[in-house]
Design a protein around this ligand. Structure first.
Ligand code: NAD
Length: 298
């Protein structure tokens, strides 16, 4: 860690506290800043870190500055309105580890590059509990040399580094993984409330869903990797059969007065895909519906 000894950390909140704590524990020289001074002071007392009085002050002498802030607007504000960018030395690196919009990340990167300052996006998957035991999954993008230079920091905070490509790509992946998880949560709650209307026990359903929809049954594992990405399209189940099952779920919901907005949209999508691609085709070929609509191939 020779060339990245002095670390600035801005945003000592729910995630930043345990993440910066891991860096302190592993011997990095930490300067922290949070708009709520009491939070930063409490952290510094516990971990023996230095507290800066402003975001700009964090920049002086820092090899790397990490942001764990609420949004990309705040990252931009700290860098360019609060004066941090003017204090960072050429050759230093700033890292946004929060969840930000990739377009903003790319524009910040270009502005910092003009000042000779490197930029990485390194958002994390896993919440506070994962941060507390340094088992975060860290997606990272930007130039390879900067990533390698910062690897000891990522190793201190996470269990695995997921290199994603050009700057902003990690923020894309982070948003997509949370998008998938957010949809799956609604989807599962919708299905379980329909089940409850029919009198099923919630715990019985949750345990069955865990086995029948997760792990080796999850669509990524069972369909996307072996059949879509290989273009084998050989799951052995026709599109019209899945379309029928979704229709059964939606009709059942209607029959008992359960709310099923996601199901209704899903039923329409499967019906449209059957018409466009052919109901007798393998159901994994539904990918072609999106490929056609978006003009890209998986
Ligand atoms: P948080 O609100 O707990 O912490 C943010 C901290 O930033 C606060 O302490 C706040 O005082 C500080 N702050 C706000 N504006 C500031 C400014 N202008 N200057 C200095 N400090 C400022 O949020 P969090 O839960 O730690 O999340 C941080 C980021 O991590 C977000 O982008 C979030 O989407 C992402 N994230 C959160 C979780 C989670 O489980 N909480 C998980 C993964 C990713």
């Amino acid at each position: 860690m020779d060339n990245i000894r002095n670390i600035g950390f801005i945003g000592i909140g729910n995630m930043g506290t345990p993440m910066a704590g891991q860096l302190a524990r592993k011997g990095f020289n930490l300067t922290v800043y949070d708009r709520q001074a009491a939070t930063a002071n409490a952290f510094a007392r516990e971990h023996g870190a230095r507290v800066a009085r402003s975001a700009a002050e964090v920049g002086a002498g820092a090899d790397v500055v990490i942001f764990m802030l609420p949004s990309d607007q705040v990252v931009r504000q700290v860098l360019f309105d609060d004066g941090l960018a003017t204090q960072l030395a050429p050759g230093s690196i700033a890292i946004d580890m929060g969840t930000s919009a990739p377009a903003v990340t790319r524009s910040i990167s270009a502005e910092l590059a003009a000042l000779g300052i490197g930029y990485l996006d390194a958002p994390v998957m896993g919440g506070v509990v994962f941060a507390q035991d340094a088992s975060l999954d860290i997606m990272v993008s930007g130039d390879d040399a900067s990533i390698e230079r910062c690897r000891p920091l990522f190793d201190a905070m996470g269990r695995k580094l997921w290199p994603c490509g050009d700057i902003g790509s990690a923020h894309v992946l982070k948003a997509m993984t949370n998008y998938i998880n957010a949809c799956a949560l609604i989807n599962t709650l919708e299905a379980m409330t329909i089940g409850r209307k029919f009198g099923l026990d919630s715990k019985v359903m949750a345990e069955a869903i865990d086995v029948m929809c997760n792990g080796r049954q999850h669509p990524v594992v069972k369909k996307i990797i072996p059949h879509v990405l290989t273009q084998k399209f050989g799951t052995g189940m026709a599109m019209q059969l899945i379309a029928k099952d979704v229709k059964i779920a939606v009709d059942s919901a209607h029959s008992v007065g359960a709310a099923v907005p996601l199901g209704e949209a899903t039923e329409q999508l499967w019906r449209a895909a059957c018409e466009q691609i052919g109901g007798s085709r393998d159901h994994s070929e539904i990918v072609k519906y999106w490929e056609t609509a978006s003009g890209v191939q998986l």
